[in-house]
Design a protein around this ligand. Sequence first.
Ligand code: ADP
Ligand code: MG
Length: 291
Amino acid sequence: GTPTALMVGSGIGAERGILIRNGEAVQTLKDIKVIAFDKTGTLTYGKPVVTNIITLLSNEKEILTVAASIEAGSEHPLAHAIIEKAKEEKIKILKVSKFEAITGKGIKGQLEQDFIFVGNRKLMDDEQIDITKIEDQMAELEKEAKTVMIVAKNKKAIGLIAVADDLKPNAKQAILAIEKLGIKTAMITGDNKRTAQAIATKAGISHVISDVLPDGKVDEIKNLQKQYGLVAMVGDGINDAPALKQANVGIAIGTGTDIAIEAADVTLVRGDLETILSAIKLSKAIFKKIK
Ligand code: ADP
Ligand code: MG
């Protein structure tokens, strides 16, 4: 019967690097219509590296000093990238007051008399900081799949910092194989449309949902469910947890946060996206035998 088959399935799954927390979800996996992927840390390594510093109203050293000092208070992977670069360049980190993270947009803080913002277009829009003159430069970098942060001081953009976060090596193969099974793939990200599209194209993902604020991921899963039926979500972050619960099958990346793993039905122990395929095949194998 089902429990025995599941136990055998669990054993085989474990061997293949798939940890099953919820057997019912594994049964659902064989009928899934869409698999939605988080971008950062799921499709990509989640370890962005600074690739470009563009000077607008300042020099490279000041831009990096200001940005790294503010980002020193942030846990975000983008912050790590900037701090690493500052370390490489032997930049001195300055003391910041009134630090505040603005979810899905960036961060702000005060450096002596100066008001600093580091973040995306949404943040600059909120703060009425004009970026029309730098749109073309940003677009150019974003087409290269880079994420661009604007560094602003006292309501003026002083520089841009671009980072790249590479796709995991077998992401493309995994997506291709999933699509071959007739399952649609989607990407959900807080990043901007152009960067999201560039990465999705590299990965072979057809459906891109970008500019999603952290709270919005659940609604995007609900939309996919309305449109297509059974949906699986793959994610690694704290802010993926509610979406992993909303999905019919939540799949966590084993190298991700504990909160995501606890919210998920299945964990890919090694974070290897190709094991999703093994999980689907396993689901089909187990539950065919039962019928
Ligand atoms: P994701 O996990 O898809 O990258 P987030 O909601 O964490 O989505 O971030 C969305 C966007 O908000 C980032 O692409 C970036 O533009 C901006 N952002 C978030 N945190 C920071 C930060 N610490 N510094 C600069 N920009 C940030
Ligand atoms: Mg992530």
